[in-house]
Design a protein around this ligand. Structure first.
Ligand code: UT7
Length: 322
């Protein structure tokens, strides 16, 4: 049994936050942000929009794209670091909104690597024969947890959701994945408040916001992504020359450029949309995947490499035949 992505869909909020808008909030400049990150604008949810709202719309679009009926879905996975609340899971909220009673649903927590972790989980469930049609959504609304007085984080993150439908079949699809974590570096990117260590009612304001050791993360990211890709290619008996397109997590254009140099891979075969959305965490790869497919950058039978890095620390890669 093999697992194949048969549909994609996205939902990004209407609100656009440009670099010029951020120049009014913190001591930064469009020139600094573009040259150091590649980001020109990002999307921001309204106060009354939560992760489940974006996830629900992306899911409906992916189902339509796959030409599937809702009742064919037999598992829902949501990769997110910004659930609506601590519990229940956002996957359950999406399940309820879709009206899919009895379909199991759970969240996957691997922050920016969440989509890769979710894809590997879905693939394992399909290959074991447990489920046949899985809805996997990557969604994050990190702008809700950003201190718009902190120039080192507020220029980076944006909101969005991307969904895929993964189906069991005989045709080649997900070839393999590799997942990694290093919990000793948990404090590189974290959001301390709201859990059992610092419940929100005991937290001071600084703990409500995302914290990032950007420079340290950058260095580990390039190494981790390189390791994930090299070991994945070895596992799949493939070489870098077999890859038609790389769809990386959109964290920083300089990380993507450093990675292509390290792998000696042609930059024009890497899909980049960071300029429009910034870093949308778990949504970044499924949004990029959907845009790459719909703009014909990914064609049937192409070999596609996905790779991501994020808080945990976590990192990983997946190889797919489209
Ligand atoms: O998706 C999850 C994984 N996350 C990542 O992969 C993030 C990885 N890290 C990064 O993308 C980069 O480290 C950043 C974009 C966050 C920062 O870029 P950097 O080139 O590593 O800058 P830096 O932190 O080394 O800071 C260099 C200077 C500092 O000033 P001084 O101390 O040299 O005077 C910063 O205060 O740039 C300053 N700076 C800024 N200046 C203008 C930091 N942020 C800004 C800003 N505008 N927004």
């Amino acid at each position: 049994m093999k697992s194949k992505i048969i549909g994609t869909g996205i939902c990004v909020p209407d609100g656009i936050l440009t670099n010029k808008d951020l120049e009014k909030k913190v001591n930064t400049s469009d020139e600094w942000i573009v040259s150091r990150t590649g980001i020109r604008e990002r999307r921001r949810t309204r106060n009354d929009e939560a992760s489940s709202d974006l996830a629900f719309t992306a899911a409906k679009r992916a189902l339509k794209d796959a030409g599937l009926h809702l009742d064919q879905v037999d598992l829902i996975l949501v990769a997110t670091a910004t659930p609506n609340m601590l519990f229940p899971s956002t996957a359950c909220l999406v399940q309820g909104k879709l009206g899919l009673k009895n379909v199991p649903a759970f969240d996957v927590s691997a922050v920016c690597t969440g989509f890769i972790y979710g894809l590997a989980t879905a693939d394992a469930f399909i290959k074991s024969g447990t489920y046949k049609t899985i809805l996997l959504i990557g969604v994050d609304t990190l702008t809700k947890f950003i201190d718009y007085k902190d120039r080192t984080t507020c220029v980076i993150f944006g909101d969005g959701a991307g969904a895929v439908i993964i189906k069991a079949g005989k045709e080649q699809g997900i070839i393999g994945s590799r997942l990694y974590a290093d919990g000793s570096k948990w404090d590189y990117i974290s959001l301390p408040a709201g859990g059992s260590r610092i419940p929100s009612y005991r937290a001071d304001k600084s703990n409500y916001y995302l914290r990032m050791k950007g420079h340290d993360t950058f260095k580990v990211a390039v190494r981790g992504l390189g390791q994930a890709i090299t070991e994945l290619l070895k596992q799949c008996h493939a070489s870098i020359g077999d890859i038609d397109i790389v769809v990386p997590h959109q964290a920083n254009i300089r990380i993507i450029e450093a990675l292509t140099r390290k792998l000696d891979y042609p930059p024009e075969k890497v899909f980049v949309n960071i300029q429009k959305y910034g870093n949308t965490s778990a949504a970044s790869i499924p949004i990029a995947l959907d845009e790459a497919v719909k703009s014909n950058r990914i064609k049937s039978k192409d070999i596609v490499l996905l790779t991501a890095f994020g808080s945990g620390l976590t990192w990983g890669a997946s190889l797919i035949q489209w």
